[in-house]
Design a protein around this ligand. Sequence first.
Ligand code: IPE
Ligand code: IPE
Ligand code: MG
Length: 263
Amino acid sequence: MAQLPSSTRTIPDIARVPRHVAIIMDGNGRWAKKRFLPRIMGHQRGVESLRETVRACRDLGVEYLTVFAFSSENWRRPVDEVSFLMSLFLKMLEREVANLHKNNIRLKIIGDRSRFDDALQRTMLEGQRLTENNTGMTLTIAANYGGRWDMMNAVHQLLSERPELATTFTEADLQPYLCLSEAPEPDLFIRTGGEKRISNFMLWQLAYAELYFTDALWPAFGRKELEQAIESYQGRERRFGRTSEQLVAGQSPEQASKGSGNA
Ligand code: IPE
Ligand code: IPE
Ligand code: MG
């Protein structure tokens, strides 16, 4: 199976505009609270921010946008909020999938879907199926997703298919079983809402992502805020464990990656 470069082994292609942006869309509840509205109004307004962000990413030439919509830990929220989020999810898919398709955007859902009700599971699958051959941006929604779940799930699948590797498997053996194995690793990670943590999102794939935290609450995030994040990204030097000198112009990623032991 052809594999994409892994950031812990080689230096991936780095473009001025990040190829893959991953976002923790946080702060919906606080946005609503500040306006004396119920938390669910923040989630509702958050769908608008997502729409604007998808459009802006597509316009800027981002190839993959991955957003955290519901974590494996979010089931612990009050029952009413969880059920509102589930119905919002369904409504959003029903309303937006045709639009994504029209814009040549491929939709993917990652996470353990088995806990969602039948209608939601069906709509997710239909959305993925309808858009699977689209060649524009890939929008991935992480729902009932957790980074630890992703890794455990990958190990279980690998060992059930290739039990002979139980004590010898390498990163490269595991990689195809992880979520988003067909996408380059995220270049830029954004978390809105002011918290500076990863909250169990893409623990494996974020190994060498550039991290960007903003106090903007998700319902107030849009094109301008995305551009600010990308501008910050463009000012970073991504070294992947090397020195600045190794990265000087003219040196190929292969040269710079020499000595990267665990290939
Ligand atoms: C993020 O906003 C949306 C989900 C986790 C579903 P929050 O609901 O976490 O908003 P805050 O962090 O409480 O403000
Ligand atoms: C992370 O936000 C999950 C999503 C945005 C879907 P949370 O609001 O659940 O994260 P914590 O609880 O503040 O770490
Ligand atoms: Mg939150």
